[in-house]
Design a protein. Sequence first.
Length: 460
Amino acid sequence: MQYHSTRGEASPLDFEGAMLAGLARDGGLYVPVDIPRLSHADIAALAGLSYEEVAVRVMRPFTGLAEERLGDLVGGAYAGFGHAARAPLVQIGPGHFLLELFHGPTLAFKDFAMQLIGQLFQEAMTRRGERITIVGATSGDTGSAAIEAFRGLDNVECFILLPEGRVSEVQRRQMTTPADPNVHALVVDGDFDDCQAAVKAMFNDHAFRDRVGLTAVNSINWARVLAQVVYYFSSAVALGAPHREVNFTVPTGNFGDIFAGYVARAMGLPIGRLVVATNRNDILHRTLASGEHRKEGVQPTISPSMDIQVSSNFERALYMACDRDGREVARLMEALRQDGGFALKDDVLKALRSTYASGRASEEETAATIREVHARTGETICPHTAVGVKVAREQPADGTPMVTLATAHPAKFPDAVEAATGRRPPLPERMADLFDLPERMTHVPDELSHMQSLIEERLK
Ligand SMILES: *Cc1c(COP(=O)(O)O)cnc(C)c1O
């Protein structure tokens, strides 16, 4: 399978090339040249398989890997999860289900992709005898998932930029307590968009990029999107697909998780509605409602992993909605950078609206949803999941089951959950010592050259 850049200039790469590159050299994101389809019978045959078996069948056509090899990597990726089903469904109302994606080592859905990427990178680097440097920006969960996936590997150095004061204490500690010398938590004096912009700028500095062997594992990395396609299949099949449609609502920030839902549908999974749920940083909801994609300032919320105005993977959605016109995508992205936004052409807006529905939740609505779900069902949900549940409930009832992605464990955001329910959610047993371990981090100003010299210094 070949991968093209959404900006149409960079040369196509195979799966491993696209995974190791992260961002394309023209600044675009890699997308498969075409999306393989599973037949009705192929999808029906997933019923009753383990999560790992579903993963191999769904991902293999994109990777070109042999079945057995992919099976080993997938097995290694999910062995450390705290639930045998990996991504279990829990019912919270008539026809409404939560897909629990927080049973991995850092308690958020990012582990699904990152643990697999850790396996894939290690294998590729050992085979090639090369070293790489991973630099990632995080609004909280990506960073800890990456550090957990790469800590202790000897051919990978991992730097995570996190915004000062904008991540929860549990999230920060998950990034600052691993003692492995190859992982580095850099606390940036800025917000998430500043961190993400710094990472993008490092990639666009081709001399630096080549000198340090830079690789991205942010949700722009195609391999991450691909890993997330799997749980759409496993959950939809559990609810009756392909014989029946299933709807999904996805708490959204960088648009990686919901784009994986788009890919699942394009592969033939009968997804009815695919609903983007945002917090008050609602650029995506506004875009779908008005056709204007325009940045505003990032406002801190109780669902910090979605506090984003520049949603990287939205570029992939635009590319598909523009009929894969890379030149048009490059023009829109330049307008976003220069003028802070752009207006969508009618046909592109129409294509996006036929693919995605959307909604938003205010801070009060998010807290009220946590409280109400807890009172009515006994389930404790995290604030991101609550944004999803609130938006899912606003969708017209059409007799189709609705799955809301439960993107993090409530114990990752104990203050918000306690404020809403009066009860502090405990951390799972296996990470009970998180608050006792010493922290290790470096504070840096939001200055590209400073960060770059620090990284080169640490690599010596
Ligand atoms: C990353 C994250 C999101 C947003 O996912 P995207 O793929 O960036 O849209 C939502 N909830 C939680 C808990 C997250 O960690």
